[in-house]
Write a protein that binds this ligand. Structure first.
Ligand code: 9WN
Length: 446
C-alpha cells in the first residue's frame, strides 16, 4: 500500500486521470467507442470490459455502458458484436452491408465472446449503489435470453459446445487458428472499400485475402435471412472456438449466481444444467500430446492446434476442477511458461514458433491487454499468483511505455493498432485499482 504522501502517489493519480480521460473522450453518450477513428461504434466485449473500467470511477456510467449494449439485443436473444448507435462513415462494413440497417438501433448479425455476465457479476459485487438490484433485474433477464440463444441457436444438436460462423465473432479475427477453416470460404466476388487501413498501417491489420472471406460470410448470413438453421447447415465457416466456449462456460456459472441473487431460481437451474453439459463436452477439446485445449473445425472434424493465447483461458473457465485436473493444469503451466519465455512481453497471442506468427499483425502475435487480464484473473483464482502477476506487470509496463494502444508487439513493446483505446484504458484502471475478481468460482459452479 502506498503511503498517501509518497511521491509515487501523484504519479499514480496522474496516470489514473489520463486513463479516465480516454474513456471520457471516447464517450458518445452512454456508450464508449473503442478508438475514435478506427472503431466509431459500440462493440460487445469491449463494452463489457469498459463497464468494469467505468466502475472504477463512475458506477452510473458503468451500468449505462451495459444498458446501451443490451439495447441492441435481437428478439431471438442475440446480443450483436456491434451496435451502430449513430451513423459514421469511417468503418467498413456498416449496417447496410450487414443487412441490419432497418433495426433500431442498427447492428451486425453476429455476436462476440460473452464476457458480459462475468463482468456484471463482478460489478454487482463491487457496487456502492443500494438500489443496484432494481437496475440489474432487466439486465440479468436480457443476459439469460442471450445465453439461451447461444445454447439453442449455436448448439442445435445439443453437443454442449457452441459454434461460431465468423472470425469476427471470436474476437480474435485473424488468428492463425482460423487459417485452415477460412480456406473453405470463397473470397467475395464483389467490390468493397476497407476503411481500417486508411486509419492504421496495413501491416498491423488482416490481409485482403482474409477480408475477402470476412465479407463473403457477412453477405451469406444476410442472404440466408439470418435463419439460424440455414446458417448452421450451410455456413462454410463453422468452428468451435475454445476461447469463446471457455468464456461462455464461465459466464453461465456467473449468470446462474446472479439469477440466484435476484430470486430467479428456474433460470439459475437452467444455466447450471447448460454449464454442466458444456463442462463435460469441453473435455473433448483437451489434447494430451499438446498439454492444452484446442479449437475444432466442425465442418471436417479437424482440430485447430495452433498455439495461441486461447488455451490459457482454461483457468478462467475453471476447467481443472475434475479428476485429472491437477495434472492438466500443470501441463498447461508448462505451455504458459514456454510462451512467456519466448517473447520479451507476455502474452503473445500466437507462439513465435507457430508458422503463422507475426508480432505486429493483430491476433497473429501481438499482446492484447484484456486477454492478459482475463488470463491473469483465472490464474489468481486458481492459486497461481506468480504467473498472474507477470501478466499484470507486463500489461502495465507496455501501456506505460507505449501509451494505451489497441495491442502491442511482444518483442519490442511497440504500441500498435488504434491509439487512445478504451478497453486498454479500462484494463489499466482496473489493474491500478488492485487485482482480484471479487468473485469466487467455487460458489459459481457448486
Ligand atoms: C471487428 C473493437 C474490436 C474488438 C475485436 C478486434 C477488432 C473488429 C475489426 O476490434 O475487431 O469486430 O474491425 O477489426 O478484433 O476483438 O472487439 O475493439
Amino acid at each position: 500500500m502506498t503511503h498517501p504522501e509518497s511521491p509515487v502517489q501523484p504519479a499514480r493519480d496522474q496516470e489514473i486521470a489520463q486513463f479516465r480521460a480516454i474513456l471520457r473522450s471516447n464517450d458518445r453518450g452512454g456508450y464508449a467507442v473503442p478508438s475514435s477513428r478506427l472503431y466509431p461504434f459500440q462493440w460487445n466485449w469491449d463494452a463489457a470490459i469498459n463497464a468494469v473500467g467505468w466502475q472504477t470511477f463512475d458506477e452510473d456510467r458503468a451500468w449505462q455502458e451495459v444498458e446501451s449494449l443490451l439495447a441492441g439485443q435481437w428478439d431471438n436473444g442475440m446480443v450483436p458484436s456491434i451496435v451502430f448507435h449513430k451513423p459514421a462513415q469511417s468503418y467498413f462494413p456498416g449496417p447496410q452491408e450487414w443487412g441490419c440497417d432497418d433495426r433500431q438501433p442498427p447492428t451486425t448479425s453476429i455476436s462476440q465472446p460473452p464476457v458480459l455476465a462475468t463482468m456484471v457479476r463482478r460489478m454487482r459485487a463491487r457496487s456502492v449503489d443500494p438500489a443496484v438490484d432494481a437496475r440489474l433485474a432487466p439486465i440479468v433477464a436480457r443476459l439469460v435470453r442471450w445465453h439461451r440463444w447461444w445454447h439453442r441457436d449455436r448448439d442445435p444438436l445439443h453437443t454442449g459446445l457452441v459454434v461460431t460462423y465468423h472470425p469476427w465473432e471470436t474476437g480474435s479475427d485473424n488468428s492463425p487458428a482460423w487459417d485452415e477453416p477460412l480456406k473453405a470460404v470463397p473470397p467475395t466476388a464483389r467490390a468493397y472499400q476497407r476503411r481500417d487501413t486508411g486509419v492504421v498501417d496495413g501491416s498491423m491489420r488482416p490481409h485482403k485475402a482474409e477480408y475477402d472471406r470476412f465479407v463473403y460470410l457477412v453477405d451469406f448470413f444476410r442472404d440466408c435471412g439470418f435463419d439460424a438453421r440455414k446458417i448452421y447447415d450451410g455456413s462454410p465457416f463453422r468452428i468451435v472456438d475454445f476461447a469463446l466456449n471457455a468464456i461462455l462456460l464461465r459466464a453461465d456459472a456467473d449468470l446462474a449466481v446472479l439469477c440466484d441473487d435476484l430470486g430467479m431460481r428456474d433460470e439459475a437451474g437452467e444455466l447450471r444444467a447448460c454449464h454442466a453439459r458444456s463442462l463435460a463436452a469441453i473435455d473433448s477439446l483437451w489434447c494430451d500430446a499438446l498439454g492444452r485445449h484446442v479449437s475444432l473445425d466442425t465442418r471436417n472434424g479437424r482440430r485447430l492446434e495452433q498455439h495461441t493465447h486461447a488455451a490459457y483461458l482454461a483457468w478462467y473457465a475453471n476447467l481443472f476442477q475434475r479428476a485429472g485436473g491437477t495434472a492438466r493444469s500443470a501441463a498447461l503451466q508448462g505451455g504458459l511458461e514456454d510462451l512467456l519465455q519466448s517473447t520479451r512481453f507476455g502474452l503473445a497471442s500466437t507462439h513465435p514458433r507457430d508458422p503463422g506468427f507475426d508480432p505486429r499483425r493483430y491476433w497473429r502475435g501481438s499482446v492484447w491487454p484484456h486477454i492478459n487480464w482475463l488470463v491473469a484473473e483465472g490464474l489468481s483464482e486458481q492459486g497461481l499468483p506468480v504467473a498472474a502477476r507477470r501478466l499484470r506487470d507486463d500489461t502495465l509496463a507496455l501501456v506505460r511505455a507505449a501509451g494505451p494502444f489497441e495491442y502491442f508487439s511482444p518483442d519490442s513493446g511497440e504500441g500498435l493498432g488504434g491509439p487512445d483505446f478504451s478497453w486498454t484504458a479500462s484494463i489499466a484502471l482496473i489493474l491500478l485499482a488492485g487485482s482480484g475478481s471479487g468473485v469466487s468460482q467455487g460458489a459459481a459452479c457448486a
